[in-house]
Design a protein around this ligand. Structure first.
Ligand code: UD1
Ligand code: UDP
Length: 373
């Protein structure tokens, strides 16, 4: 039987790989095991819990305020016994994290075929986002098969001389996860303590602005600018409520709490588990984020997004007009947020319900492709 090993380590990878794990586990032609590097710990476990995935291998590698050198080296080293014990035919990695890149290298050494999910996203600037653009370019070089979310990402791979027969445009598995998640959250018997807590503390008479942020290149000055902009937006618009589930990276957590604590209509929370987060996205008026995954999810829910970055490897929604790049310039963030809060015509033009990133069938396409090799 063909042996699969699906490997991930961080929150977004887990969300985007969970539907693939479930789809492969249903298929009798494959034996499928899951390995987590646990580059993230608590934020990964929240996802495993919701999708009811119990990893077969857990490397448990996260260290407080970890650095890229040690993380990369320990992932490669710790993958060796897993790959030698299980001997997978196919190893699946996702996107652009240090886990994806380092597991890709280890899988190459093992002789397994490497499948890259969410392949071909590019800014073509190796320094931005750092280190993700480098990670995804390197993983693209190592991979045997490339599952691209859009035709644009396929085009990027073709421009790098990747063979067309080894690329499949699938849509992004983030939409498969979102559709599964929304259905579960909206089911009558679904009960979630975080959602109940949010219902108690949020004032739904006010417009909710949902904020997240974690990108390494925004640490320091960029994050200070974003927080100052949020402070101004909150003070100038008392009919809004900002909720910011803060990423656990100490380079984010410390500064955000220092700059935004104690403002009446700014609520700082711990990272929300995926069901509560997608529930909150649905309830939000506007999202301000530097997250890749949230940029992809928001168009399905018809929510305008201000992205606190200067470039994006996900230009499709920018072109469709549902996402605006505002960088980390305080004035630009304030101006666009204010316009969206005050100008309903402008708001409506950005809140169309169309998603260029997928139709929820990406994982089925990936499994069919591998099945037919
Ligand atoms: C990582 C990825 C980034 C991805 C992001 C998603 C790399 C280099 N970075 O960035 O591409 O977009 O995840 O969120 O792969 N921490 C905890 N608990 C957790 C998670 C993180 O305490 O559950 C803290 C730890 O102190 C950890 C630190 O955050 O050392 C940084 O984690 P790391 O994965 O290195 O970086 P992220 O900023 O999370
Ligand atoms: N998310 C979550 N809880 C939160 C914030 C985000 O479950 O408090 C989900 C979100 O729905 C999306 C993913 O996490 O699917 C995005 O992860 P993140 O922003 O950490 O990483 P990125 O997408 O930027 O790599």
């Amino acid at each position: 039987m063909t042996k699969n090993l699906i490997v991930f380590g961080t929150r977004p990878e887990a969300i985007k790989m969970a539907p693939l794990v479930k789809e492969f586990l249903k298929n009798e032609n494959f034996e499928t095991k899951v390995c987590v590097t646990a580059q993230h710990r608590e934020m990964l476990d929240q996802v495993l819990d919701f999708f009811e995935i119990i990893p077969d291998f857990d490397l448990n590698l996260m260290q407080p305020n970890q650095n890229l050198y040690t993380l990369t080296a320990t992932i490669i080293e710790n993958m060796k016994p897993v790959l030698e014990e299980y001997k997978p035919d196919f190893v699946y990695v996702h996107g652009d994290t240090t886990t994806s890149m380092a597991v890709g290298i280890a899988a190459f050494y093992s002789g397994a075929k490497i499948c890259h999910v969410e392949a071909g996203l590019r800014t073509f600037d190796r320094q931005y986002p750092f280190p993700e653009e480098f990670n995804r370019q390197l993983t693209g070089k190592i991979a045997d098969y490339h599952f691209s979310p859009t035709t644009l990402s396929e085009k990027n791979l073709l421009a790098e001389n990747t063979q067309k027969k080894n690329i499949l445009v699938t849509g992004n598995t983030v939409i498969d996860a979102l559709l599964y998640g929304i259905e579960k959250v909206n089911a009558e018997n679904f009960n979630d303590s975080e959602i109940e807590e949010l219902k108690k503390i949020l004032d739904f008479q006010k417009k909710i602005i949902l904020v997240t942020g974690h990108r390494r290149e925004n640490h320091g000055e960029g994050l200070v600018n974003i927080c100052n902009a949020l402070k101004t937006i909150a003070k100038q618009n008392t009919d809004t409520q900002i909720i910011y589930p803060v990423h656990l990276n100490p380079n984010v957590l410390g500064p955000v709490h220092k700059l935004l604590s104690g403002i009446d209509n700014v609520l700082l929370a711990e990272p929300l588990a995926y069901p509560a987060f997608i529930w909150l996205m649905e309830k939000s008026y506007l999202i301000i984020t530097d997250s890749g995954g949230i940029q992809e999810e928001a168009p399905s829910l018809g929510k305008p997004v201000l992205v606190t970055r200067d470039t994006t490897e996900r230009p499709e929604a920018v072109e469709e007009g549902t996402v605006i790049l505002v960088g980390t310039h305080s004035e630009k963030i304030i101006d666009h947020a204010t316009k969206l809060l005050k100008d309903s015509e402008y708001y409506n033009s950005m809140s169309m319900l169309h998603n260029p990133y997928g139709d929820g069938k990406a994982t089925k396409r990936i499994v069919n492709f591998i099945n037919n090799l």
